[in-house]
Write a protein that binds this ligand. Structure first.
Ligand code: IVH
Length: 679
């Protein structure tokens, strides 16, 4: 049999793409993954490798395109197939009843009909166009008839299929809401807080901001998701009811938050559901600001039609906002470990839907100017998404003239160094790397769980170390001894020993913890892990260029620049050298344990009986080799089990050494025994 090697690659690419699409759908949309993250990454690496070799195989639908692509100069206009309408508002059961009466009058009927109740997600409306199942456009609502073409950004959202599945129609424009789950939002803000960065106001604004990025790699880094709720255009329309339509969309691979959608047989049931959903509001993983009620029968919907901007067959019943009024008593300035100075409002304590609130984030001075908020003002605060509430407006009618503006500081409130604001940044920063406030935050971060995890060195102890002048930088931590520690209040022999042991043990922490602990800007725990896995050692990472970093999946320009800047800073270089001299030389956890197969590439094919494919790959990687999914000139060994097909043929064509399982195990064994001889 003669095989066209290009054809096999193309087929292999197609097969990999399909697998990745399926796994992506199972993981993100269904929340039912069937493979591990590592296995997913491996498939993705295989795909990327093929695409690197054969760039002509890269299509806009390739799963590789989810990472974002080159920045745009601006967004094009996008005209909608049919106008994106908005909804009239209702605020209570009574309003809902008049809505029901209005419809019945319009239709000249008295009999009840079904309604469908959907949560009203608080995000950004989107229209997605699919041609022959392929995503060809994502557009914002804009003025209703024309929005902005944000296709590049939309492609990075994992729950938006790039390719539909199962008997989809030729033409489809689906509509939905892009949003961010609360957990993801809180995590991001928590990370921002830890990094001393200004926090985001609420998930909605962050979603809108993320979708407006001209560099889609930045959008890719934001955990956005979607829930679809309707269509603007479809080539074959067979759904009799709105619920059937949602089911069809779901069947084609689109994400619908079906678990919160319900059918009500009349308006009483709608009103009951409205109360129920309000109760449920706090338990949902996303922010909703009301319930959308729609006539379920699409024939009736057509009969009802629409007014100029709103359909007659639907209404949004809003929930009361979680807002309260209180007084802004003072403002405190926080200095984060990156030097960012952020204003925090001290509020007169007030209860907002069951939670006592005494401070609110003011984010930055642009926000302060926008709100024109002053000390002494009566302010409306709202809990939305974050545990820390937001000031949404000032009740100017309640001013008495004694309120004081909040000036932007010119000097660091702690070390008095002049503050500096980078271009395009809204936060002023203290540039003094020895600023005690920055050092304190950096040390806290360094010792915290997930970073170097130094038990016993909490906020209080770090405060003391600094106050006593025992620690002036990170390195000093490793120079502590009993004598120094005895200067602490209530420090006994046992406790000092325990603390020193914890500090000593931290030297053994893997590279990913150390990288995270260093507090490199934009490198959180997740990216630290990725960098650590990729480079394996601090030296290799420190020597990496921005281009090399950019080649890594998930690393964008912001991160690569930040990493390069960190490792080219003289102070940091000295710090790392000193730490190394003190015995800190962290290595990646997943580093090869031997190097007998260094530089050798293996491909496993056929049915393996002695070990699983994954185990085989692990054996190879443990000896410094690489396991790949496809055979090429660069392959050194193909390990073939029974039933091996095209890969085996290709290996034979290319003259690649083929091993059976037994021979492979012998090779590994032999290497191991060599190793024991050497010891
Ligand atoms: S239906 C003709 N359903 O609320 C139908 N809208 O003014 C128009 N929204 O910005 C929209 N959840 O993006 C519909 N389940 C839902 C919704 C929903 C959120 C948003 C929509 C629009 C606004 C309505």
């Amino acid at each position: 049999m003669i095989l066209d090697p290009r054809k096999t690659t193309k087929e292999h690419h197609q097969q990999l793409s399909q697998q990745l699409h399926d796994h992506n759908y199972r993981y993100h949309t269904l929340d039912q993954p069937t493979i591990t993250d590592a296995e997913y990454d491996q498939l993705m690496q295989q795909l990327l490798k093929i695409e690197e070799q054969y760039p002509e195989l890269v299509t806009p639908e390739s799963p590789s395109q989810r990472v974002g692509s080159v920045p745009l100069n601006g967004f094009d206009e996008a005209t909608h197939a049919s106008p994106m309408l908005s909804l009239e508002n209702a605020f209570n059961g009574e309003d809902l009843r008049s809505f029901d009466n209005r419809i019945k009058r319009f239709l000249s009927r008295t009999a009840d009909f079904e309604y469908i109740c959907e949560p009203k997600l608080d995000g950004v409306a989107i229209a997605l166009t699919y041609h022959h199942g392929k995503l060809v456009r994502g557009a914002t609502r804009g003025n209703g008839s024309t929005g902005e073409d944000i296709t590049q950004n939309v492609r990075t959202i994992k729950t938006i299929p790039l390719q539909l599945q199962n008997n989809y129609p030729d033409r489809l424009e689906v509509r939905g809401e892009i949003y961010m789950e609360l957990e993801a939002f809180r995590k991001l803000n928590q990370q921002r807080r830890e990094e001393g960065e200004a926090t985001y106001a609420n998930p909605r604004n962050l979603t809108a901001g993320s979708l407006r990025q001209l560099d889609s790699r930045l959008t890719a880094a934001r955990p956005l998701t979607i829930s679809c709720y309707g269509i603007g255009d479809i080539s074959e329309d067979t759904a009799r009811t709105h619920f059937e339509l949602l089911e069809a969309l779901h069947h084609w691979g689109l994400k619908i938050n079906l678990e919160t959608v319900s059918i009500a047989k009349n308006i009483d049931a709608v009103i009951a559901r409205y109360s129920e959903l309000q109760q449920l509001r706090d338990q949902l993983p996303y922010e909703i600001d009301g319930m959308v009620v729609k006539v379920n029968d699409r024939g009736l919907q057509r009969e009802l039609g629409e007014k100029s901007r709103t359909p007659r067959w639907a209404i949004a019943c809003k929930f009361p906002a979680r807002q309260e009024e209180t007084i802004l008593e003072s403002v405190r300035l926080q200095v984060g470990r990156t030097g960012a100075v952020t204003p925090v409002a001290n509020l007169r304590p007030v209860n907002v839907s069951g939670v006592t609130v005494s401070s609110a984030s003011l984010h930055n001075w642009d926000e302060i100017k926008r709100l024109d908020v002053r000390v002494g003002d009566t302010v409306v605060i709202e809990r939305a998404g974050d545990v820390i509430p937001d000031i949404i407006r000032v009740v100017t009618e309640k001013r008495n003239g004694t309120e004081k503006p909040i000036p932007e500081p010119t000097h660091c409130p702690v070390c008095q160094t002049p503050l500096f604001k980078e271009e395009d940044e809204v936060v002023p920063r203290c540039q003094n790397i020895n600023c005690p406030a920055r050092l304190k935050e950096s040390l806290k971060h360094y010792c915290s769980r997930g970073a170097m995890d130094i038990e016993g060195l909490g906020d209080r102890q770090i405060d003391q170390l600094l106050r006593l002048g025992l620690v002036k930088n990170l390195v000093d931590l490793y120079r502590l001894d009993k004598e120094k520690l005895f200067q602490f209040e209530r420090m006994g022999d046992k406790l000092a020993e325990k603390l020193l042991k914890a500090i000593e043990t931290s030297k053994q922490k893997p590279l990913e913890n150390f990288l995270f602990a260093l507090g490199i800007r934009h490198v959180g725990a997740h990216l630290a892990k990725i960098l650590s896995r990729h480079f394996g050692s601090l030296e290799k990472l420190a020597a990496a260029s921005a281009e090399e970093l950019l080649e890594i999946h998930e690393i964008g320009p912001q991160v690569s620049d930040s990493v390069v800047r960190f490792f080219s800073d003289e102070n940091n270089v000295r710090l790392l050298e000193e730490l190394k001299e003190l015995g800190l030389n962290p290595q990646s956890d997943s580093q090869p344990r031997g190097d007998k197969l260094q530089g050798k590439t293996f491909v496993f094919t056929g049915t393996l009986e002695r070990f699983s494919r994954k185990e085989g790959q692990e054996l190879v990687e443990a000896q410094g080799g690489r396991a790949s999914g496809s055979v090429s000139k660069k392959t050194d060994f193909v390990v073939a089990g029974p039933g091996a097909g095209s890969k085996l043929v290709k290996a034979q064509q290319l003259g690649v050494t083929v091993l059976d399982e037994e021979e492979f195990l012998q090779l590994i064994q032999q290497d191991n025994s060599n190793e024991s001889h050497q010891i």
